[in-house]
Design a protein around this ligand. Structure first.
Ligand code: HEM
Length: 431
């Protein structure tokens, strides 16, 4: 038997359905005391790592499948063996990134459509989870379930469907919530599904507690990740097109980025449906997980506005995003400041308008997050005297961010030079 075949046989000894069920009923935090489970996951993670080490021996499909299984196991291994979760393993961000297929750093139509597909699957699964709970047809023994909260959140999240480009009214069929209890597929079958659908449905969401609202919280984070990645890839492509003097292509990419930025605020509207006491019942178990460690957002922010001086210390102190500081250099020209250099030709105008729209959407998201989620009061998700879980001062850190406003940079605008020094060239250092 080849190493790979042996690996698939070994992976099938893992009871994926049982693990998922326990993570939901008991919370993954409680599973840390189960030595046999922890040992099994460690053994499987190590066996998968050994095969991943030599990817050249694998065909393309097998490589992707082994990677899928490995990223899933690594995150579980980390969470079950560390006291304090961090953002990426907590929200399965490594695996999500792999399933989004964003490593190529390009943003073709097909690649954007794939990101939207994953977004839609996560959204539909969350909506079905709420519906099943509201209908009383799940048996997961969730804590802190409030029908009113679930209903409000359902209505707010459902609004995001309208913002997904593509066929109107098309719906993704099948979801982890309807299939989870039956859960007949094994880990290797899930990993082998080439489309990645099974992995999106079965390998992404493992809450730390049995709190109902934590499931929504994880989905909301993953939805945000999809949008940050989509927007980032499009912005990078736009910068490359600007550098090549191709403003029409740049405009198309900025438009696509603005589409990804559109549902961001709606995610936060739906987060705010959760009462602070529900959040506080699972906040502790999320440990040091904080989206300040979110590489896709930090890269997007830097590609839009440059590295904000107010963020340098936080980026430096956060290993997952320290690499973003490499963009803090004079020859890297981010997107929003380019507005100041655009003239009045029709092509320049339309590009400028699209950048302003993109900036407005991201600003609205940022302002809502700072004021309505991270503030000490109203509604008060962060306990008195607590810092952010990512080690920043929390609200004061977020409130200190002063990205340049695109509309204020438009030539002839009164506030033109108040906001941002422009570089005077349109070359970009986009990576
Ligand atoms: C009750 C809900 C939430 C609260 C109270 C909250 C609070 C905070 C706080 C205090 C920070 C500062 C960093 C730190 O942890 O030290 C932060 C950062 C961040 N949060 Fe949230 N957050 C919430 C939900 C979310 C969700 C659902 C997302 C994603 C969809 C998100 C995305 C971010 C991002 C991207 C950052 C980094 C900001 C930056 O460094 O520019 N947050 N959050």
């Amino acid at each position: 038997m080849t190493d790979t075949k042996r690996l698939w046989t070994l992976l099938d000894t893992f009871d994926l359905t049982g693990y998922t069920d326990r993570a939901h009923r008991e919370g993954r935090d409680a599973l840390r005391g189960d030595g046999a489970l922890v040992d099994q996951i460690r053994t499987l993670a190590q066996a998968t790592a050994a095969v991943r080490k030599d990817p050249a021996r694998l065909g393309r499909g097998a490589r992707r499948s082994v990677e899928t299984a490995g990223l899933f196991l690594d995150a579980q291994d980390y969470l079950l063996t560390h006291d304090k979760p961090r953002y990426e393993p907590y929200a399965s961000v490594g695996l999500l990134r792999h399933l989004l297929r964003v490593d190529g750093n390009t943003a073709s139509r097909a690649e954007c459509a794939h990101i939207w597909l994953v977004f839609r699957r996560i959204l539909e699964a969350q909506l079905e989870f709420e519906l099943a709970a509201l209908a009383g047809i799940t048996d997961l023994g969730k804590r802190d379930f409030s029908p009113e909260v679930a209903r409000n959140r359902y209505l707010l999240m459902a609004k995001m469907r309208d913002l997904i480009p593509g066929r109107p009214g098309s719906r993704v069929v099948g979801s982890r919530w309807l299939t989870m209890p039956a859960g007949d597929r094994t880990l290797s079958q899930v990993a082998w599904d080439r489309s990645g659908t099974a992995a999106v449905e079965r390998l992404l969401l493992f809450p730390q507690t049995a709190c109902h609202d934590e499931v929504a919280f994880l989905s909301q984070i993953q939805l945000g990740e999809c949008l940050f990645w989509g927007a980032l890839l499009c912005v990078r492509q736009a910068l490359t097109a600007v550098a090549a003097g191709d403003l029409a292509t740049a405009t198309a990419h900025v438009q696509a980025a603005a589409q990804f930025a559109d549902p961001l605020i709606k995610i936060f509207h739906s987060v705010r449906a959760m009462p602070p006491e529900h959040f506080l019942n699972f906040r502790e178990e999320t440990g040091n997980a904080s989206a300040v460690q979110c590489a896709s957002w930090q890269m997007l922010d830097a590609h839009l506005y440059g590295v904000l001086p107010e963020k340098v210390a936080a980026l430096h102190n956060t290993p997952e995003v320290r690499h973003v500081l490499s963009l803090d250099r004079p020859d890297f020209v981010p997107l929003v400041p380019l507005v100041a250099e655009l003239g009045e030709t029709p092509e320049e105008r339309v590009l400028r308008d699209e950048i302003v729209t993109l900036d407005q959407r991201v600003r609205a998201w940022r302002a809502f997050h700072t004021r309505q989620l991270a503030g000490r009061r109203n509604p008060g998700y962060i306990p008195e005297n607590a810092n952010g879980s990512g080690g920043t001062a929390g609200f004061p850190y977020l409130a200190s961010h002063r990205p340049p406003r695109a509309s204020a940079l438009v030539k002839g605008s009164v506030k033109d030079s108040d906001h941002w020094p422009t570089s005077g060239n349109t070359r970009t250092g986009s990576r």
